[in-house]
Design a protein around this ligand. Structure first.
Ligand code: PDD
Length: 294
């Protein structure tokens, strides 16, 4: 299926879609975005993504973007035209097009872009069986990682370094050793007691939609959950680590910096029981929301 795009009122094949050179997103990363999983043409956690988009727009003082019902209408139309089933819907709103100047331009309408492309979630089921490798890297990003802006250079360089080292993802840590998140994922640790630990919401991490969904599912299933920072040293001795994201959606981490995760446990270097259980709960939730079956 060819990827399709929507740009400011027009639907067209992605290869023919473009924005002006002076789009503020291009020149200043003055834009926010969302990536939404579509399972059999149904969005997962649509409202949570819209809420985060709205929050980002408000934080950047970008006014005039379409409201949720209009976004939903465009997304639906785009998906139909692309004739897709499973895939990723990308939404980007920039401040608009204006002569290059750092200050906000007057009377500029936002540029709204959406793209629709296929994505194979079933490959994730296979990766879930083996787990993925991550490498620790210093967090070199800006001070507002809670905003989902298109200023992703820190994440891009981190992901590239992780891939160069043969890993799936980077695990970012701060100078004090605190693990924040991945380049495009949230990070989790399972303590020997079974408590799930993930970085609390703050300017240091993106409030992941999948993070929130997994928190809810875990609490409903009577897991003990702690939203508090953990360190790289703790990650190195944890029985289990895993990551979450829209495209993950939940993958066990079986190697950290080349060493097996969970050393000294029966599942060292292979997915542990907690991540496996949570992944099952998450796939069930995906079925409940969208009707999709793995
Ligand atoms: N990335 N942390 C960062 C830095 C991210 O970029 C993402 C998402 C997440 C997970 O958030 P969510 O569960 O809402 O997908 C955490 C998207 C998928 C991306 O940039 O492609």
């Amino acid at each position: 299926m060819p990827a399709f795009a929507y740009v400011n009122g027009r639907y067209l094949p992605l290869a023919h879609a473009s924005l002006p050179v002076e789009d503020r997103g291009t020149q200043f990363a003055d834009a926010v975005y969302e990536v939404i999983a579509m399972f059999g043409s149904q969005p997962l956690d649509w409202r949570a993504h819209c809420w985060r988009l709205r929050r980002g727009l408000a934080a950047l003082f970008i006014a005039g973007a379409p409201e949720e019902p209009a976004l939903a209408h465009i997304a639906k139309t785009l998906w139909r035209r692309a004739r897709l089933e499973d895939g990723l819907l990308y939404i980007q709103v920039s401040r608009g097009t204006a002569r290059r100047d750092h200050g906000f331009p007057a009377n500029t309408a936002p540029n709204l872009v959406m793209t629709a492309r296929a994505f194979d979630f079933r490959q994730r089921l296979r990766q879930q069986q083996t787990g993925v490798a991550v490498v620790s890297l210093p967090d070199q990003r800006w001070q507002r990682c809670d905003l989902k802006t298109t200023g992703l250079l820190g994440a891009v360089l981190g992901k590239a370094e992780a891939r160069r080292l043969g890993a799936f993802e980077a695990m970012f840590y701060r100078e004090d050793g605190t693990v924040t998140e991945g380049a495009s994922t949230n990070m989790w640790l399972v303590e020997p007691s079974g408590t799930l630990v993930t970085h609390p919401l703050s300017a240091h991490i993106l409030p992941g939609v999948m993070r929130e969904t997994v928190l809810r599912l875990a609490r409903d299933a009577q897991f003990t959950v702690a939203e508090r920072p953990f360190t790289l040293a703790q990650a190195r001795t944890a029985p289990e680590l895993f990551l979450t994201s829209t495209t993950g959606p939940l993958l066990p981490i079986t190697r950290l910096d080349g060493r097996p995760v969970g050393t000294g446990t029966a599942h060292a270097g292979i997915p542990g029981p907690t991540a496996t259980r949570l992944a099952t709960l998450l796939w069930n939730e995906i079925t409940r929301q969208t009707g999709w079956h793995p």
